[in-house]
Design a protein around this ligand. Structure first.
Ligand code: ATP
Length: 246
């Protein structure tokens, strides 16, 4: 699994504000352009892994105590979050966090700010609106007025405007109806088909495993199970063993 890895997390230890370690030696790989699922219970440390990769840990008073994050062979541990975005890694945080008072169009413009070239920005905007046609009719609407599903589409769309090579998606299915989740899953699949890698954090293991080729299960800060989906890991096994659900 390590051959050709674009993202490599090795022996990562993280703590917040001097409290105990919430990650206790996490290692994982996201090969270039692949979808990798990161599963686990509430509080297992999934979001913390994403923050360590995107460089946003410090915003939450967290710190890497040990281990490394490497992107395309270069270390990103300790690198400024804006620089990590420029290098092609963009996080979509849990809870969507669109700019509620800005319109859909303005939110997309913010996301495209990292691209210097206007033609490229226009191309990415078209790609996002093709992926999420529902946003086209809402371009002039304030993001705060959108439904939960539309806000999730916008949050992902805004991230895509920066043309990432790796998208860090934190619980995109949270609080959404099954029909909407299916639409989000189809979009993630299409994003992957277009060549972007995805590290997908989910409590909805069925949704995540339907998309991912590889999955990791976190259990109180450690990887308790990992492997290829359908061979080493399937939804029933994850639910029974690690989420206490039959
Ligand atoms: P969830 O699905 O609930 O978001 P998670 O698996 O993503 O869970 P994290 O959010 O990474 O887990 O949290 C891991 C642990 O770190 C939890 O015990 C949480 O309370 C703690 N934690 C997260 N953020 C902070 C913070 N800013 N300050 C202190 N502790 C934190």
């Amino acid at each position: 699994m390590s051959g050709g890895a674009a993202l490599a997390v090795d022996d990562l230890h993280v703590e917040y504000g001097g409290a105990g370690r919430v990650l206790k030696g996490v290692s994982l790989r996201v090969p270039a352009g692949s979808v990798v699922a990161l599963l686990g219970n509430n509080g297992a440390g999934k979001t913390t892994v994403l923050r360590a990769v995107s460089g946003t840990l410090r915003l939450h008073r967290g710190a890497v105590r040990q281990g490394t994050v490497t992107w395309d062979g270069a270390p990103v541990t300790g690198t400024d979050a804006a620089e990590i975005v420029r290098r092609g890694i963009v996080q979509v945080p849990e809870g969507r966090h669109v700019f509620g008072r800005l319109t859909v169009e303005e939110n997309l413009r913010v996301g495209g700010g990292v691209l210097a070239n206007r033609t490229e920005r226009a191309r990415e905007r078209e790609r996002v609106l093709t992926l999420f046609p529902a946003l086209t009719a809402k371009l002039g609407t304030r993001a705060g007025m959108l439904s939960g599903g539309e806000q999730q589409m916008l949050a992902i769309g805004r991230a895509l405007m920066g043309r990432p090579r790796l998208l860090l998606l934190d619980e995109p299915s949270l609080g959404l109806a099954p029909r909407i989740i299916a639409g989000i899953a189809a979009a993630v699949d299409e994003i992957h088909r277009q060549g972007t890698g995805v590290l997908l954090v989910e409590q909805n293991s069925a949704m995540a495993l339907s998309l991912a080729t590889t999955a990791y299960v976190l259990d109180v800060g450690r990887v308790s199970l990992s492997g290829r989906v359908g061979e080493d890991i399937d939804a029933a096994r994850v639910r029974e063993l690690y989420m206490g659900v039959k």
